[in-house]
Write a protein that binds this ligand. Structure first.
Ligand code: SF4
Length: 849
């Protein structure tokens, strides 16, 4: 067949959540036969990753859901046949709409929408809030918890390194720049270019991940001890090497704020502003009245009749306990290595240096520390993430060349940053609006929880979604103790596989507590098999997503143009199958709450009073609704993309937008006085609820502190840790049903086999290729094939990604590798009460199968 039989269509890849890659689809006789990076798409350099190349396999998955399905088997569970009955769309609506009406009448909070579909947040959020229901972010369980710091340190939900101007990249349990993080294709190219011009990469991780294997140095660390090592880095940078950015500390953080014996700020009696010590005036003055050069970071002063010290002075003293000699036995990282890597990092930051970009002189801090999920998915996650990401604050690299940059914190200077009365930066709503995510400062008022996510009990968290499965799993009388005196009557889920988030066995039991479960599926998976009704959903290759990369999400940081992606269908969806958002609009219309959805859409998308404001009683399609936001927010439209036959709209970015650090107002925290201040309020609510026995508030301290996780000490023969790590060919559970990705996964033994250190294997009499059981302290076990290596910490056994599918439908992905989530315990005592992070430290034992 000649080329003229092949039609090409420009679109945007969505084989992973990043959705950041401009592609060209090749379509022959209506069949997608190939996709490739679009050479004309400048933000992604015409490239695509291996997952993206495998896109044509997905729409033709034999396991595809093509018709509405109704469960006829009342028994639900893993591996149990739902005995599906195909039904018409009308029959499906006749089942679903009365459930929605009844729930809304009785208690709208009884509806939970769970989704992880970035391009649809602008609609799905107003849909759920318009109903009166609640939202559950679809994949927060093992997400990188740095989002909690990103608002404070980067004024954005995401952050990335400025690879173009950096010389030293410390990947702390992270693989940024290696196709597994935000902005994968763009960052991989930038990382490669940085390496080619001599940038050094050091990876701290229990596993020699693909990023570690390519790095200049891999530093193995005992799982769950990253906070201890991070605090040691703070100590060395501040106390021993004095490689911190003193000017940045004075002018852009609360380091100089004077603190009294009660650990709270000493404030000016007239203005109530926090005071700092003015060395020139020899007295304390409001923070906004003292020049940087006259600001004290150390000392003790008499102020308003009380003794006060700059927060930085307290911090420096507190950190002295974290010396390399103390921390080395905790982390297993040798003392010399700790000192050497930390000094290298601090010196690479070139504190005090500047760089001229496009004629503008800016601070230059060419060293970055990027943390990932591993070090921060722990019982004391909030301290860990502020510590690891805070290393960037210590060297003053926030939002400046060579450092760490937020995504779109300062777009057109319209999404501005403001400063509150205490002098702290507040990021603009547009940079974080989605699924109810919130800024982490200032603390919100704690109160009796309304949602299953218990967000009202987590006043300084950006989200607390891990509490949702926990609460759902509790019997009603236990749940009531948390203020939740209602059931989930309707659970709607899509682009998410909640049944296997944590312990699949425990999650399956939890989902059984839902009264009615509606799932939108492109293909059958573990969650769909638990649903009462499954509705077919168009695959991304078949759908429009006019806002393919929302503003809080991914776009190239630094000195690159702004760009906004537009996804168009490359092929038609199967007959009768449509975008799940159009089905949601239909449901809202039939159930009588569409005007409320439109109203919330106008409010949350800031359309009120604009020419694009939706009429409340009018029904719009998903594309029309998205077009309104496109036009209002970016000044571009669906028509523009279609007329220009492109998938990307670009705008120039000026230097202030590229490197907003020196230009935006406000400070960030290195001393967490507001945690301390909100602690009694949390305690009051906890006491009123009577949950003091299960809800501790010990982590609400102003100084970051190392506390071991429950799994720190081995117990009852469970003397190893099970860890998991990401690989470029797999993302989320769905990738394990893609034949090309599965085939690539077999290229490396550590992808589907179970890495175990050769010395550890010898101790257990295990040889390379042996079948082994990995059994966790929580009573679950999975089978793997031992892969003996030196590339893993000797106290660990590893599994990659999200293998070991359990669904009856995913025949290709079943048992391909052990399912790590099966080993994890879903317990409140393993969770961080500040942000809901679940402890990823899992103690296991291994034995031959
Ligand atoms: S990184 Fe994600 S969006 Fe980009 S090509 Fe790969 S799978 Fe597609």
């Amino acid at each position: 067949m000649s080329d003229k039989d092949v039609k090409t269509v420009k679109s945007v890849c969505y084989m992973c959540q990043c959705a950041d890659t401009g592609i060209v689809g090749h379509v022959k006789d209506g069949v997608l036969v190939k996709v490739e990076g679009d050479p004309e798409c400048t933000p992604t350099f015409g490239r695509q990753c291996v997952k993206g190349l495998s896109a044509p396999f997905v729409p033709y998955n034999p396991n595809r859901v093509l018709k509405p399905l109704k469960r006829t088997n009342p028994e639900r569970g893993i591996g149990i046949d739902p005995k599906w009955e195909e039904i018409s769309w009308e029959e499906a609506y006749d089942i679903i709409v009365p459930k929605l009406k009844e729930c809304r009448e009785k208690n709208p909070l009884g509806l939970m929408l769970n989704f992880f579909d970035y391009p649809t947040y602008h609609l799905a959020t107003p849909w759920s809030i318009g109903f009166g229901g609640q939202l559950y972010f679809g994949a927060a369980t093992w997400c990188g918890w740095y989002h909690n710091t990103a608002y404070q340190y980067h004024l954005s939900f995401f952050r990335e390194a400025d690879y173009e101007h950096t010389n030293y990249i410390l990947l702390w349990g992270a693989q940024a720049g290696h196709i597994v993080d935000a902005l994968p294709v763009h960052s991989a190219k930038e990382m490669a270019d940085a390496r080619a011009r001599g940038a050094k990469v050091v990876v701290i991780d229990p596993m020699m991940t693909p990023a570690a294997a390519l790095a200049d140095e891999w530093v193995p660390i005992r799982p769950g001890t990253d906070l201890a090592l991070g605090l040691c880095f703070w100590n060395l940078l501040i106390n021993e090497f004095e490689l911190y950015d003193a000017d940045f500390m004075k002018s852009k953080t609360n380091a100089p704020y004077l603190v009294g014996a009660d650990e709270l700020y000493v404030r000016d009696p007239e203005t109530n502003k926090p005071l700092i010590w003015d060395t020139a005036a020899g007295k304390a003055r409001p923070f906004n009245e003292v020049a940087t050069e006259d600001t004290a970071l150390f000392g003790e002063y008499e102020v308003n009749g009380v003794k006060a010290r700059p927060a930085f002075s307290l911090l420096a003293e507190h950190l002295k306990q974290y010396s390399p000699e103390v921390i080395s036995p905790i982390t297993t990282v040798p003392v010399d290595t700790i000192r050497r890597v930390c000094r290298e990092f601090g010196e690479a930051a070139q504190v005090g240096s500047t760089i001229k970009i496009k004629g503008v002189e800016l601070p230059h801090r060419p060293a970055v520390c990027l943390s990932g999920r591993g070090p921060t998915a722990h019982r004391h996650s909030m301290h860990a993430v502020f510590c690891l990401e805070g290393i960037n604050a210590i060297i003053g690299n926030l939002n400046v060349p060579g450092g760490t940059l937020g995504f779109a914190p300062y777009y057109k200077k319209r999404w501005g940053v403001t400063e509150d009365e205490d002098g702290f930066a507040l990021s603009c709503n547009s940079t974080y609006f989605h699924f109810g995510s919130l800024d982490t400062y200032p603390a919100r008022e704690p109160k009796k929880p309304a949602w299953y996510t218990l967000l009202d009990l987590c006043p300084v968290a950006t989200f607390s979604d891990n509490f949702y499965p926990m609460m759902l799993s509790l019997p009603p009388e236990e749940r009531k103790k948390f203020g939740l005196d209602y059931d989930i009557d309707v659970f709607i889920s899509t682009h998410s596989n909640p049944a296997v988030y944590i312990s699949p066995h425990e999650m399956t039991e939890a989902i059984k507590n839902v009264k009615f479960f509606l799932y939108f599926a492109t293909e059958m998976n573990e969650s769909a098999e638990l649903a009462d009704v499954v509705l077919p959903n168009s695959h991304w290759t078949e759908r429009y997503d006019p806002i393919a990369n929302p503003p809080f999400k991914f776009e190239a940081v630094g000195d690159h143009e702004w760009y906004w992606f537009f996804r168009r269908p490359m092929i038609d969806p199967p007959p009768g199958v449509q975008h799940w958002c159009d089905t949601m609009i239909e449901l809202a219309d039939r159930a009588g709450f569409l005007p409320d959805v439109n109203q919330l859409y106008n409010i949350l998308n800031e359309l009120n009073g604009s020419p694009q404001e939706l009429e409340l009683d009018k029904r719009y399609s998903y594309v029309e609704m998205s077009d309104a936001v496109l036009q209002n927010r970016y000044g571009v439209s669906v028509d523009w993309y279609e007329k220009n036959e492109t998938q990307v709209f670009t705008e120039p970015k000026d230097i202030e937008e590229a490197f907003p650090g020196p230009f935006v107002p406000g400070r960030c925290h290195v001393y967490f006085e507001y945690w301390k201040r909100v602690k009694p309020e949390v305690e009051k609510v906890v006491k009123e609820l009577g949950i003091e026995d299960v809800w501790d508030t010990d982590d609400y301290t102003p100084l970051l502190t190392w506390t071991p996780c429950p799994a720190f000490e081995p117990k009852n023969g469970f003397d190893l840790f099970a860890i998991n790590y990401k690989v470029a060919c797999h993302t989320f559970s769905h990738s394990y049903t893609n034949p090309l990705e599965l085939e690539i996964g077999h290229t490396y033994p550590w992808i589907y086999r179970t890495p175990i250190h050769a010395s550890t294997a010898a101790k257990y009499g295990i040889k390379d290729g042996d079948e082994i059981w990995i059994e966790s302290e929580f009573g679950y076990r999975v089978k793997g094939t031992a892969h003996l290596t030196e590339g893993i910490h000797p106290e660990c056994v590893g599994t990659s990604g999200f293998g070991g599918r359990l669904t009856r439908g995913a025949k290709t992905g079943r048992k391909v590798s052990p399912n790590w989530n099966t080993l994890v315990g879903q317990r409140l005592d393993l969770m961080d009460k500040m942000n809901s992070s679940l402890d990823g430290c899992v103690r296991v034992k291994i034995y031959k199968a």
